[in-house]
Design a protein around this ligand. Structure first.
Ligand SMILES: *Cc1c(COP(=O)(O)O)cnc(C)c1O
Length: 373
């Protein structure tokens, strides 16, 4: 079905601009393996997050997650757990399993839709899991920064467990006016997939303040090599090629405006939607907004609203439904306590489109349809 208002409408740099970059790549005869475009883009990503941060580029965020777990925890023997929400994208759970650990699903809270720190603490204090939990894979749901990220950092410090943060959809987001998403935990991971607000097609990055971890991240993604091309640890190939980095550098040119426009659309949703019927995800006004997550307060109406929007030509989604523990491959994994909120939110959520330059008439159509249902 073709929609008048598609869910995702990325704006990519013009063919003209990219062809100039491509000419440079051709004439330098340097296509991948940390060429000038990759180096510049990696620096920009790190700088964007903050002065002391190092950006490490990747071919995609899933590879970045795998490398990040390997760089912080090493390869597991299949017996230890890493905490993560079931209310997230499959990549995190896959990464945990690829690295030799077991995902342990934790319920979410209902305001920010993030992993619930109270439940995580209960799991960490539970005798049944004593010395069996080795890390935390927090997820900034839909790229929206958790307002209690400081508490997670304290917990990780006090338990001596690395805090890895999957902020895949959140490049450009802020936890607060002062704190950028990307600056928390041991490492934060971003995706530059075509569906994310900072889109280059396929690409990702891990950002860290820890130089030793950054070096390891580069080694893991390059066959485990050290500077002498000597494999010193487990690795694979997850390098970002020059052309993708060139697209990324071009995206930086317009990213400030992209954020302004996307946040403006979100504020319109926030002000026009009937608050008795709809609740928008908390703190999303400071996010880069791959889309707007909205809870239909009367859960029984979610599917009706979904069809109403589709009928008027608006493509909407229901992230994350199904949740991870409902998907076949993950269904035998452990949930720590029943995932009551996860289930409830997943049954009442709608993902509304946000484009770089959303047309007023489309915002109108969406909000009117929602308020009339
Ligand atoms: C998009 C996304 C990923 C995967 O990113 P890729 O670059 O496509 O590998 C991982 N986690 C979350 C939460 C995402 O939204």
């Amino acid at each position: 079905m073709k929609y008048n208002v598609p869910f995702i409408k990325p704006s990519f740099p013009s063919a003209e601009k990219i062809s100039r970059d491509y000419e440079l790549i051709l004439s330098s005869n340097w296509f991948t393996n940390f060429g000038p475009f990759e180096k510049k883009f990696a620096n920009k990503v790190g700088e964007y997050v903050g002065n002391d941060y190092t950006g490490v580029t990747f071919s995609n965020a899933t590879a970045a997650l795998i490398a990040t777990i390997l760089a912080t925890l090493g390869k597991g023997d299949g017996t230890k757990y890493i905490l993560l929400p079931s209310f997230t994208f499959a990549a995190g759970a896959h990464a945990i399993i690829w690295c030799g650990y077991k995902p342990l699903f934790i319920d979410i809270e209902r305001i920010g839709l993030h992993m619930d720190i109270k439940v995580a603490k209960a799991a960490l204090e539970d005798k049944n899991f004593e010395r069996k939990i080795v890390g935390i894979l927090f997820c900034n749901s839909f790229g929206v920064g958790a307002t209690n990220i400081d508490e997670w950092e304290e917990l990780s410090k006090s338990m001596d467990l690395p805090l890895i943060i999957d902020s895949a959809a959140g490049f450009g987001s802020q936890y607060t006016e002062e704190k950028m998403v990307g600056s928390a935990g041991a490492v934060e991971v971003f995706s530059f997939h075509a569906t994310k607000p900072f889109a280059i097609g396929e690409g990702g990055a891990s950002v860290t303040r820890n130089k030793a971890i950054a070096d390891k991240l580069y080694s893991v993604q390059n066959f485990g090599f050290d500077k002498n091309k000597n494999a010193t640890g487990l690795g694979f190939n997850a390098k970002m090629q020059e052309l993708n980095a060139a697209i990324g550098l071009r995206q930086f040119e317009s990213f400030k405006d992209t954020l302004i426009n996307r946040r403006k659309t979100f504020r319109q949703y926030l002000s026009i939607l009937d608050k008795k019927k709809y609740t928008l995800q908390h703190n999303a006004e400071l996010a880069s907004l791959c889309f707007a997550a909205v809870i239909v307060n009367d859960t029984t109406k979610r599917d009706k609203v979904l069809s109403a929007l589709k009928e008027v030509g608006v493509e909407v989604k229901t992230y994350y439904s199904p949740t991870l523990h409902e998907q076949k491959y993950f269904s035998s994994l452990k949930c720590y306590s029943p995932l009551y909120n996860t289930q409830q939110i997943s049954n009442s959520i709608l993902s509304l489109p946000i484009h770089d330059n959303m047309r007023e008439q489309d915002i109108d159509l969406i909000t009117t349809t929602l308020n009339n249902n």
